[in-house]
Design a binder for this molecule. Structure first.
Ligand code: BYC
Length: 320
């Protein structure tokens, strides 16, 4: 096969690679791949990993203040799951030659992005419900598609992540259900969380297809199987009836069912806000990175100890 032949001319390798993608074959770490495919995968997987890890902060903020022992145990487990997702994803990116040190340095310098949604604060307990329901709901919408992405290690990691995300989504919806069936004050708290998290959740899917520089090539390489706008529409269609069941109002006066399209029409997203947040100027961007840097520095001794243990074990094995 020309893709396994390192001396085959580039002209042959690219079409063979594309033919493998078109046949829905998975690309594995040792397979030949165009350099741009490799860089795109590292970009997306590492940014996905960063999102999982930074996403622990807004939720972690409520672990000590969860309203009951049960809620606390569930939230603690969810936040630990997010750390696990980050680890699977960093490992998947490492199979492409990226190093953990470089990925972390890119996150901390602002070179690598993470999901815009985690730059909004969690002001009340209802925000934890809204994150599970809306943010994990949006994440699943995107990640179910990624279970069939063309890069093998990423696709396999996503299968496991999706199982955990669907539990996360349900626990968030259950919090919202409890609050919306509770006192007037609790219902108002749930409505306020929906008001603040609705639009940022729609932004999670990324820019409009017309303004998305990466979508076309990523669709061709089957990294993405659906576009940002297609997934956003599916999310709105699925989530609006859930809001109705809760008795809450989606904060969009233009939202209505379009009989001809058989989809909800919805209002214009504030794209200026989206790009401001992506560029680092959201309400919590600086706080998120500062916290990550501090935690990373405090964890230096753990990394040193782990490396020393590994080196010692290797030399003991060599001596035996
Ligand atoms: N926020 O050409 P586009 C979770 C960037 S976490 C920030 O459409 P692409 C969870 C984009 O990176 C779930 N930046 O790009 C964890 C690109 O910039 P670069 C996170 C964004 O890659 C804890 C530029 O805008 N999920 O589940 O084709 C608790 C142009 O965009 C955003 C993932 O990461 C954004 N929202 O499509 C709870 C899924 N959107 O990189 C839950 C994996 C766009 O060229 N990622 N940008 O400098 C993807 O599926 C794709 O990367 C995206 C964007 C759909 C996000």
């Amino acid at each position: 096969m020309p893709q396994d032949n390192p001396t085959a001319p580039m002209d042959d390798r690219e079409p063979v690679f594309q033919a493998r993608i078109d046949r829905d074959e998975k690309i594995e770490p040792k397979d030949w791949m165009p350099e741009k495919y490799r860089r795109t995968m590292i970009r997306q997987i590492s940014q996905h990993a960063h999102s999982e890890v930074i996403g622990m902060q807004p939720e972690g903020n409520w672990i000590t203040r969860a309203p009951s022992l049960r809620r606390k145990a569930v939230l603690l487990a969810k936040v630990q799951d997010e750390a696990g997702h980050g680890l699977y994803l960093y490992s998947a990116a490492e199979t492409l030659g990226a190093t953990r040190e470089d990925m972390i340095a890119d996150l901390q310098s602002g070179k690598a992005k993470y999901s815009s949604i985690f730059n909004y604060p969690t002001l009340t307990w209802a925000d934890i419900g809204a994150i599970g329901w809306l943010v994990d709901g949006a994440a699943i919408m995107n990640q179910v598609m990624l279970c069939r992405t063309s890069y093998g290690p990423y696709a396999r990691g996503m299968v496991r992540i999706c199982k955990e995300e669907s539990f996360h989504q349900r626990q968030g919806y259950e919090i919202m259900l409890t609050l919306s069936r509770g006192s007037d004050q609790q219902k108002a708290m749930a409505q306020d969380a929906l008001n603040r998290y609705w639009w940022p959740s729609l932004m999670m899917f990324g820019p409009r297809d017309d303004d998305s520089p990466n979508t076309q090539q990523s669709m061709k390489w089957r990294i993405k199987r659906q576009t940002n706008d297609e997934l956003r529409q599916r999310f709105v269609d699925q989530t609006v009836p859930q809001a109705e069941y809760l008795g809450l109002t989606v904060p969009d006066p233009d939202l209505h069912w379009n009989k001809e399209r058989e989809h909800y029409d919805f209002g214009e997203i504030d794209w200026d806000e989206f790009w401001q947040v992506v560029k680092g100027n959201g309400p919590c961007n600086r706080q998120r990175i500062a916290h990550h840097v501090a935690a990373h520095e405090e964890g230096e001794w753990v990394r040193e100890a782990a490396l020393a243990y590994q080196a010692r074990k290797a030399s003991a094995e060599e001596a035996a």
